[in-house]
Design a protein around this ligand. Structure first.
Ligand SMILES: Cc1cc2nc3c(=O)[nH]c(=O)nc-3n(C[C@H](O)[C@H](O)[C@H](O)COP(=O)(O)O)c2cc1C
Length: 216
């Protein structure tokens, strides 16, 4: 059995089976589960423990639809053509990549139908460079892991930022804060399963760039 495909809530199992779940049922998700996901997000690290994050829970159908229109526009303009012309990533193959593309397109069309979104926001700070976002993405990953552990599906999405001004305004995010990720959350239609990644040995080095790390 591939690593991490048995049942249970072991953290390694969760990490290895936390696929992007893009086909979600519209059925409501109990608030208690959303609370657990949010608490997991808040347990994450932020630089200096500054916690300049805000988590906007969105259930409002009209707001989600307004954002979906921009999400779809960005798909039509950028993401769709890019998928159509790029090769499968490491650990994938043409058939799998085609399925991924179909799922991406499905989520694009049904984004707003996910019963709950968590929008991860961060207050403007002093680090607009390479570390921008580093005080919010640990919380995002914690929330994705928590959702997976609770049997809920989600996907880290950032495509909306191609229209960040319009989308942040549609979500009522005030000046001084920005959305960094939208997590559409719901019960998955499909099953969790092993994620597709390339060989670990292709991306790990020992001491010299390019020198294999024998500990794998
Ligand atoms: C920074 C980032 C942004 C992403 N944005 C989107 C997005 O806007 N829409 C989407 O469908 N998936 C998005 N994804 C999900 C990735 O496409 C997905 O995790 C990747 O294809 C691997 O799939 P897997 O986790 O199921 O193996 C994003 C992932 C990351 C890390």
């Amino acid at each position: 059995m591939p690593e991490g495909t048995s049942g249970g809530t072991d953290v390694f199992e969760i990490m290895h089976t936390m696929r992007a779940m893009r086909r979600l049922k519209p059925d409501p998700v109990p608030d208690e589960l959303i609370r657990k996901i949010l608490a997991a997000g808040q347990a994450a690290a932020s630089g200096g423990n500054t916690q300049r994050w805000r988590f906007l829970v969105l259930k409002d159908a009209a707001i989600k639809k307004a954002v979906q229109l921009y999400y779809k526009k960005a798909f039509d303009e950028v993401v769709g053509p890019r998928y159509a012309s790029s090769p499968p990533p490491p650990g994938s193959d043409p058939a799998r990549y085609k399925r991924q593309h179909a799922a991406v397109e499905y989520l694009t069309d049904h984004y707003h139908e996910a019963p709950v979104w968590i929008v991860a926001c961060l207050e403007d700070g002093a680090n607009p460079g390479r570390t921008a976002g580093s005080s919010i993405y640990p919380a995002v990953q914690n929330m994705l892991l928590a959702a997976r552990a609770l049997g809920l599906g989600s996907t880290l999405t950032t495509r909306h930022t191609q229209y960040e001004k319009e989308v942040d305004a549609a979500m009522g995010i005030p000046p001084g804060f920005h959305s960094y990720a939208i997590l559409p959350i719901g019960y998955p239609m499909g099953r969790f399963g092993p994620v597709g990644r390339g060989p670990l040995s292709d991306v790990v080095y020992l001491d010299d760039w390019g020198k294999p790390y024998p500990g794998l």
